[in-house]
Design a protein around this ligand. Structure first.
Ligand code: ZN
Length: 403
């Protein structure tokens, strides 16, 4: 499976690079009056540079996975922690956290390269070394504070609640994700970005009237300093219930005029109105339950450990091995998730076309494609496999039909 998924990834990345490169010379007909050749070529170069760079961590991940399992890396780490003879649950936490820390350190060169070389080269990087380091510290600290109690509860349930542990664990994990979604907008996101209420004025009036028209209540419309890290623009909703926030990146406000901004917001509201958030949660909770059921079965069979290079079965090792090898098997489901996501994007676009005018969303999207150097000519197979959003020409054509 590792060989199959790796070859598939390489094949897709090869297709994307050659397709984008072969369409580099000319702006697609439907964009010819809106996007200059220079911008089109920048997008092509940016896209291929990112895909080409992605191959290196791909090989690196495969090698690391083999070293951790068959190469005896995890076995060594486990024996090392076991030699301290601490409480079994804390042994589990120590092994999992050490593994996470070492993996994060090993990944660091790639995120440094991506931020300070690749993004920099195309003029998108705004992250300073200071912000980069501060992010790592804040992220690690937050990760520790949140993961230690959760791991403790999960490992305790795995050991103490018998055959049904996976059902209790599922309830705890689901409750924890809901809690995180609830606290994220007000408590977590502000650790990394500065939030300021959108200033009074024409933009705010337009947005407020759109929200009223759609019967949507939130606890605030905010602007964050996205420009602190990157010049890419974005907007999002977060939280649920009454704790919902609408968040615009300052970079997006610079890119779009009020009509376009209203259209983008209407699209985001469409995701709420069409219940995409809830559907996504149902899918995620269901797959977690299935995953835990499979883990409950694997945990009891010896070959699961021995075939992955572990001599001493334990609950925490089962959990760690499972999460480590899972992506190799779930890769095959990626296209299904992409189909679901693209279907939602079309629905949200249709909602925006009803609430505002499709032509403003088209303008906004074209502006965003240009400013973010997104390719207008992705390889169809690559796009079908990975893309959460419809390819630019398809999406624009759909919207134009509704204008
Ligand atoms: Zn969307």
């Amino acid at each position: 499976m590792l060989a199959v998924s790796t070859l598939m990834r390489l094949y897709l990345s090869h297709r994307q690079v050659s397709y984008v490169s072969s369409h580099r010379a000319k702006v697609p007909e439907s964009f010819a009056d809106k996007i200059s050749l220079e911008d089109h070529q920048k997008a092509a170069d940016y896209t291929t540079a990112k895909v080409r760079f992605g191959r290196l961590p791909l090989f690196y991940e495969v090698i690391l996975l083999l070293i951790w399992t068959l190469g005896g890396g995890l076995e060594w780490l486990n024996q090392f922690v076991l030699s301290y003879e601490i409480d079994p649950i804390f042994t589990g936490i120590a092994v999992i956290l050490s593994f996470t820390f070492i993996s994060a350190m090993l990944d660091l060169p790639f995120s440094i390269y991506s931020t300070f070389v690749l993004e920099e080269k195309f003029g998108f990087n705004r992250t300073t070394i200071k912000t980069f380091i501060a992010d790592i510290f804040k992220g690690s600290l937050l990760g520790l504070v949140l993961s230690v109690p959760l791991l403790y509860v999960v490992l305790w349930l795995m050991q103490q609640t018998g055959e049904q542990w996976w059902i209790y664990t599922w309830l705890v994990i689901s409750g924890f994700s809901l809690f995180m979604m609830w606290v994220y907008p007000t408590w977590i996101a502000p650790i990394f970005n500065k939030f300021e209420p959108l200033e009074e004025g024409e933009t705010l009036n337009r947005i407020t009237s759109l929200l009223e028209r759609c019967g949507f209540s939130s606890n605030g419309i905010f602007v964050i300093d996205g420009s602190k890290r990157s010049s890419h623009g974005n907007a999002y909703f977060s939280g649920f219930g009454r704790n919902k926030r609408i968040v615009f990146f300052d970079t997006l406000l610079k890119m779009l005029n009020d009509d376009e901004l209203e259209a983008v917001l209407a699209h985001e509201l469409g995701h709420f109105k069409k219940k995409h958030i809830i559907k996504g949660m149902v899918i995620s909770f269901t797959t977690t339950l299935v995953g835990l059921a499979i883990l409950a079965w694997l945990m009891k069979v010896e070959w699961f450990y021995t075939s992955l290079g572990i001599s001493q079965p334990s609950t925490y090792m089962a959990l760690l091995l499972f999460t480590l090898i899972l992506p190799v098997f779930t890769f095959a489901f990626q296209p299904l998730l992409s189909i679901f996501s693209r279907k939602n994007e079309f629905e949200a676009d249709a909602f925006a076309a009803q609430q505002t005018d499709a032509k403003y969303l088209v303008q906004a999207l074209v502006g965003l494609y240009r400013e973010n150097a997104s390719t207008l000519t992705p390889d169809p197979l690559y796009s079908a496999f990975y893309d959460s959003h419809p390819p630019a020409p398809v999406r624009i054509a759909h919207l134009n039909a509704q204008a």
